[in-house]
Design a protein around this ligand. Structure first.
Ligand code: FES
Length: 249
């Protein structure tokens, strides 16, 4: 088991207050609230935001990047766009000093992936990946293309971390169709899409899956995906269905 490391003097950190400290070569966020100290990783599990720079309210710290909230006592993710806990570490106070012992794992693992999406591996004998299955459904789709039917098809594109479709996540800002000049009877589709963060690691996959799913329709001659970061995505863009799926009430 790891040892405790002295990280600060009690008197150096006001109550309430926070500071970045070093324990065993790692930087952690230390909090002083109502006479007690707490330590968590200075890393937001959504996209690496520096938690110690966020706003501290009671026992909650808000990520300065996109607003995800974490419980400083347990590291639990309390709100979107973070769904996984950050590590919370053991803290003790002795002889006027604060000591931290690092934990290897988060106390609260966060929202588990729904079983239906645990193994989206496109290999022989296994079910097709979600986007491939959605593209197959698109290829069988009938009826006229319109914004509503395209949004319905886009529900086949799922965020690979959250396992929620991009429509219910509120990532699709707009859909436009126009006749394809070079393919009579077919449509060109433009999708304005945002990401939950500017450096969202799932971005390339979401763009590719969107083109793949819509491009499988017999009446589609081309798909353009435009990434729009203004206005920025906020959790209140999610539908009730997405909130239910993520266990957010
Ligand atoms: S990096 Fe923390 S909420 Fe996005």
């Amino acid at each position: 088991m790891a040892d405790f490391h002295r990280v600060a003097d009690v008197r150096d950190i006001p109550d309430p207050g926070k500071a970045l400290v070093e324990a065993d070569g790692e930087v952690v966020a230390l909090f002083h609230v109502e006479g007690r100290f707490y330590a968590i990783d200075d890393v937001c599990t959504h996209d690496g935001g520096p938690l110690a720079e966020g706003e501290l309210r009671d026992h909650t710290i808000a990520c300065p990047r996109h607003g995800a909230k974490f419980d400083i006592r347990t590291g639990a993710a309390l709100s979107m766009p973070a769904v996984r806990a950050t590590r919370a570490h053991e803290v003790k106070v002795e002889n006027g000093s604060v000591w931290v012992r690092l934990r290897a794992e988060p106390l609260w693992p966060g929202v588990p992936a729904p079983a239906a999406f645990v193994a989206p591996v496109p290999a022989a004998g296994l079910p097709p990946a979600p986007a491939a299955a959605a593209a197959a459904r698109t290829a069988e789709a009938t009826g006229p293309l319109c914004e509503e039917s395209i949004r319905e098809l886009l529900k086949g594109v799922k965020d690979p971390e959250l396992f929620v479709n991009i429509v219910d996540l509120g990532l699709v800002y707009g859909v436009t169709l126009e006749p394809a000049a070079d393919a009579p009877g077919k449509q060109k589709i433009s999708v304005d899409m945002t990401m939950t963060s500017p450096a969202c690691p799932a971005g390339p996959q979401l763009i590719g899956d969107t083109k793949r799913v819509l491009g499988a329709h017999a009446d589609v001659a081309g798909v353009e995906v435009r990434i729009v970061m203004d206005p920025p995505w906020t959790p209140d863009r999610m539908t009730e269905a997405a909130r239910d799926q993520l266990g957010i009430f």
